[in-house]
Design a protein around this ligand. Structure first.
Ligand code: TUI
Length: 315
C-alpha cells in the first residue's frame, strides 16, 4: 500500500493525480480516476465557464470522491473559471501556464485546496508564500506547455525549496517512474499521457491510436520563440510549425495564429494533418487502452514491488 501526506490532505486513496489535458480531461475521465482512488482533474483549458460548470455538475453525478479543476491561466476565460470554482466550492484547484497570485486569496477563503503546477523552485516558493497547499513540479518531459528543467533535476530542487508537499509530473508513465519520483522527494505523481488512453477518456480514437503507436523519440517541442514551448507528437503540423518558427519572415502573431485551435482539432476531430497531438515523452511506454482503475492498480502495484525490493541495493 503506497500512501502519503497528499492522501491525508485530500482524502484520496492513492497519491496519483490525473493531468488536466485541455480539450481532453473531462468529467468522464476525472470521475473514473477519482472513483479509482486517484485525483481526477477536469481541464478548464480555454473553455468558457458554462462548459466547465456542466462538467463539474456531471462529475458530481459520477463520483462522491474528491476531484479537481485545473485553471489554465493563459485562457481568456481564466477569471470566470476562477470565480466558478469558488462558487462551486470545488474540492481541489490546480493551475498551469502562469502565476495564480490574483486568485489565491479568494480560493483559500472558500476552503479550496490549491495546488499550482510549477516549472521552477522560484515559482514553487512564490506560490507557497501565497498559501498553496502543495505543488506539482512538472518537468519538460511532459506533454503540452513545458518548462526548461527535466523532472529528474526539478523535483529534488523544488523539494528543497519548499516545505509543502511536492508531486512530480513529466516523464512518469508507470510504476518505475512513480517509484523514482518518490525517491526524488515527491509524495505523489501526476500523469497525463498514460490516462489519455484510458477507456473512460473521451478523446478522439485517432489520438489514442497515435499515443499507442508512438516510440520514445516521437515527441518534439515547438514554440520556444513564443515563450511557451509545447511538446506534442511529431506530425505534419508540428514539423510545419517548427519550420515556420525558424523562418524570420513569419511574425510571432502569425505563429500564434497557426497554433490556435490545433489541439482541439486533434482531440475532437482526430485531424492528423492540422491537429496538435500534445503528448509526453513517455508516450512510447503506453501500450494498451485500460480503464483508469487498471492504470492506477498497475502503477501502484509496480511501484510497490520496486520499493519493497529497494533494500537489495544496499549492502
Ligand atoms: O500548463 C501546463 N500545460 C499545458 S497548458 C496547455 S494549453 C496552452 N495554451 C496556450 C498557451 C500555452 C498553453 C497545454 N499544456 N502545464 C503546467 C505548467 N505551468 N507548465 C509550466 C507552467 C508554468 C509556467 C510559468 C507555471 C507558472 C509559470 O509562472 C511564470 C509566470 O509568471 O507566468
Amino acid at each position: 500500500m503506497i500512501t502519503s501526506e497528499i492522501c491525508d490532505l485530500l482524502g484520496i486513496r492513492y497519491p496519483i493525480f490525473q493531468g488536466a489535458m485541455a480539450w481532453i480531461a473531462d468529467a468522464s475521465l476525472a470521475g473514473a480516476v477519482s472513483n479509482a482512488g486517484g485525483l481526477g482533474i477536469i481541464a478548464g483549458g480555454s473553455a468558457p465557464a458554462s462548459v466547465i460548470a456542466e462538467q463539474i455538475r456531471l462529475v458530481r453525478t459520477l463520483t462522491d470522491q474528491p476531484f479537481g479543476v485545473n485553471i489554465m491561466l493563459k485562457s481568456p476565460d481564466a477569471a470566470d473559471l476562477a470565480e466558478l470554482v469558488t462558487q462551486e466550492r470545488v474540492p481541489v484547484v490546480t493551475t498551469g501556464a502562469g502565476n495564480p497570485a490574483v486568485y489565491m486569496k479568494k480560493w483559500l477563503e472558500a476552503g479550496i485546496t490549491v495546488i499550482p503546477v510549477v516549472p521552477s523552485s522560484a515559482i514553487a516558493k512564490m506560490v507557497q508564500r501565497l498559501g498553496a497547499h502543495a505543488v506539482v513540479a512538472e518537468g519538460g518531459e511532459s506533454g503540452g506547455h513545458v518548462g526548461d528543467l527535466t523532472t529528474m533535476a526539478l523535483v529534488p530542487q523544488v523539494r528543497d525549496a519548499v516545505t509543502i508537499p511536492v508531486l512530480a509530473a513529466g516523464g512518469i508513465g508507470d510504476g518505475r517512474g512513480m517509484a523514482a519520483a518518490l525517491m526524488l522527494g515527491a509524495c505523489g505523481v501526476q500523469m497525463g499521457t498514460r490516462f489519455l488512453v484510458a477507456k473512460e477518456c473521451t478523446v478522439h480514437q485517432t489520438y489514442k491510436d497515435k499515443i499507442l503507436a508512438a516510440k520514445d523519440i516521437d515527441t518534439m517541442s515547438t514554440g520556444k520563440r513564443l515563450g511557451h514551448p509545447v511538446r506534442a507528437l511529431k506530425t505534419p503540423f508540428t514539423r510545419m510549425f517548427f519550420e515556420k518558427e525558424y523562418d524570420s519572415t513569419v511574425s510571432n502573431e502569425q505563429l500564434e495564429q497557426l497554433g490556435e485551435g490545433a489541439l482541439r482539432l486533434a482531440a475532437k476531430e482526430g485531424d492528423e494533418e492540422r491537429g496538435s497531438f500534445m503528448a509526453g515523452q513517455i508516450a512510447g511506454l503506453v501500450h494498451e487502452e485500460q480503464t483508469a482503475a487498471e492504470i492506477i492498480h498497475d502503477v501502484i502495484t509496480e511501484a510497490e514491488a520496486l520499493l519493497k525490493g529497494a533494500p537489495s541495493w544496499v549492502a
